[in-house]
Design a protein around this ligand. Structure first.
Ligand code: SF4
Length: 400
């Protein structure tokens, strides 16, 4: 009697002893991928975020607070991480369903040894219509100065660097490991020198700078950051502090709404709102304006990512893969679909397994109706976000 083939659904809310629910694969009608896969809300799968490590050398309090992510924290053993070949196989299946953009994340992805090899493998993949993949990576910049040239040579096109302030003391307190801001700025410069993020117009719009804004912690860094990156071509984005995971002690009082960030910048540098550059874009774009109030491209633009005050779930086309092969359908999810056993099942050929994964992914995505941020915004402010979804997966496990 052949063992029933299943995908295990890991649920953060269940005690380890509880029986996880299973997706019975044999019950699924086989699906042939055609590059178009929509969920319950009509959102086409387009972006895949892949976490390649659950480790990081920073301890940003809004993501990996030091008290929790200490030396006793149960980090994943290397053997449970997907290999580069397994990641590439899965990426290929996601691309057959329409993924055109892959973002490598973590933890800190540049801590994953030889990540250039994975980037080379992914850069060689082609989309359903034979096009090149839009391949990018989010990093804290601590290793970028050393790695920028090799990343570019391996096929990385763009990079996003997290930078929560220019003031060295503020930055060191935000990363909570006393890491100097100068080294991250040197990493950004190295990325520019290596030609990462160079767009067709010769601007560095492909280098994005992400600043998480926490009221009472680094809000006074907003204007210095805007002044610093204005006119460089790089795109600075201000991210509202979010209730991700279950460990950062999030409170609505610590959120500085993006509308206030825009008002603050406009008080010194005129801005004009710009059209989204593509469907599913998380950032709202604002261009620096000239004296006539028109966008002056030479001054560049900024973005605001407002998951708390202006939810953007309606066109969210992002899937997330954890470091050990679990698929999450939302940043604030509690459940993950475990693909690793299927990838490693040796009794069946990889080809057969990949077509099973193709079918399973189609059924899972078609059943997706996640819209956590929209739901959060309908909740009375005094209701904790745990009310909506219970315990959620950690952002450092599935990438931001
Ligand atoms: S809350 Fe979830 S569904 Fe909404 S935009 Fe974020 S990841 Fe997408």
């Amino acid at each position: 009697m052949t063992a029933k083939r299943v995908i295990v659904l890991h649920d953060e809310r269940l005690a380890n002893s509880a029986e996880p629910s299973l997706l019975q694969l044999t019950d699924l009608k086989p699906v042939v991928a055609d590059g178009l896969l929509a969920d319950q809300l009509g959102r086409q799968l387009h972006d895949l975020r892949i976490s390649v490590t659950d480790r990081c050398n920073f301890r940003c309090s809004y993501c990996m607070p030091k008290e929790v992510f200490n030396k006793d924290y149960p980090y994943l053993p290397h053997s449970s991480l997907l290999t580069f070949e397994e990641i590439t196989r899965l990426a290929n299946v996601f691309m057959s369903h329409g993924v055109r953009k892959i973002r490598l994340t973590g933890g800190e992805p540049l801590l994953r040894k030889n990540i250039e090899i994975l980037i080379e493998q992914l850069a060689a993949l082609r989309t359903q219509d034979g096009g090149k993949l839009d391949l990018t990576l989010t990093t804290n910049g601590s290793l970028l100065a050393k790695k920028a040239v090799a990343l570019k040579a391996a096929g990385l096109q763009r990079v996003t660097v997290s930078l929560d302030g220019l003031d060295d003391a503020v930055f060191r307190s935000m990363n909570d490991v006393d890491f100097p801001v100068a080294d991250v700025l040197a990493g950004i410069e190295a990325a520019r020198q290596a030609g990462l993020g160079l767009d067709k117009q010769g601007h560095f719009s492909g280098i994005k700078i992400n600043m998480v804004v926490k009221r009472g912690t680094n809000a006074e860094q907003i204007l210095p950051m805007a002044r610093h990156f204005r006119g460089t071509g790089m795109v600075l984005r201000f991210i509202e502090y979010m209730d991700v995971g279950a460990t950062n002690g999030w409170r609505m009082d610590d959120v500085l709404p993006s509308a206030e960030v825009i008002k603050l910048i406009q008080s010194e540098m005129p801005l004009v709102q710009l059209e989204p550059s593509q469907a599913g874009e998380t950032a709202q774009r604002w261009g620096y304006a000239d004296a006539m109030g028109k966008h002056d491209p030479s001054l560049g633009e900024i973005g605001v990512i407002s998951s708390v005050t202006q939810a953007f779930c309606s066109d969210c086309n992002r899937a997330r893969l954890s470091t050990e092969g679990k698929l999450y359908l939302c940043l604030f999810a509690s459940q993950g679909y475990d693909f690793r056993p299927l990838l490693r099942e040796s009794s069946v050929s990889d080809k057969a397994n990949d077509s099973t994964i193709t079918t399973a992914l189609a059924h899972i995505w078609r059943g997706r109706n996640d819209r956590y941020s929209e739901l959060r915004s309908t909740m009375p402010a005094d209701k904790t976000s745990a009310t909506i979804s219970g315990k959620r997966v950690e952002m450092s496990y599935i990438g931001g």
